[in-house]
Design a protein around this ligand. Sequence first.
Ligand code: NDP
Length: 258
Amino acid sequence: MTQTTHTLFDLRQRRALITGSTQGIGLSLAYALAGAGASIVLNGRDETRVRNAAEKMIADGFTADGVAFDVTDPAAVAAGIARIEQDIGPIDILVNNAGIQRRAPLEDFPAGDWQAILDTNLSSIFYVSQAVARHMIARGSGKIINICSVQSQLGRPTIAPYTAAKGGVANLTKGMCADWAKYGIQANGLAPGYFVTEMNKALVENEEFSAWLCKRTPANRWGQLEELHGAAIFLASDASNFVNGQIIYVDGGITACV
Ligand code: NDP
């Protein structure tokens, strides 16, 4: 049966877990999916921050829970996902958003920081997605959205490990599609350009960088968080049921132009 435009994007009766959603892009995407009707499960490392964010969403009129766990810790991930599935309800939509950034010239990059970036931005997506996908496979449906970056495609000085991790996320997305599409799971990437968040504080405050970025971006400006919402709802909803293994760049045109 053909769905109307409205029902295609309807997320009522769906539950979404967004990792790293106490602030920034993750929290903004939680509000986007909640606005389309989804019940939300917020996540971060700190119990209090997670609970405060969930209470704020509830006060704003949405259905939200919070489960704190560190996405780099496989045992904590397994326990967190089991708790959500048993005590809150099935995860229909997973947004792998948690991420960190550290900057240094590659020749001086501390090995510990390399490991932290790979653990948080890439390995975590394997841990969380595997734990969630086992439930999705049993149910025969699920949506996975991996937060990529323009650095999934492009390099920039001082952030080579982040670039390596985000390139890995884009290819892991294709691997998820290859293994899980047959179970009714759609795994896609959402790749933001430059958005004003805590992670980018140093860049936002750097006038020289900001001027370079606006010149480099065909749209001539930083992105606003709300501008990620449409693509996220699309990838979380029935509207994208035959879209799989793709990366959608929401970047004001950066990756389309030199
Ligand atoms: P922020 O630093 O603002 O937020 C990061 C979030 O991740 C926080 O909620 C933090 O929560 C959580 N987090 C960090 N480490 C862990 C962990 N080990 N386990 C669980 N949660 C964790 O980042 P942004 O919102 O800017 O970025 C979000 C995502 O978007 C990242 O993957 C980033 O790479 C990507 N991105 C961002 C862009 C931008 O312009 N900002 C551009 C392209 C991609 P807490 O500290 O409470 O644990």
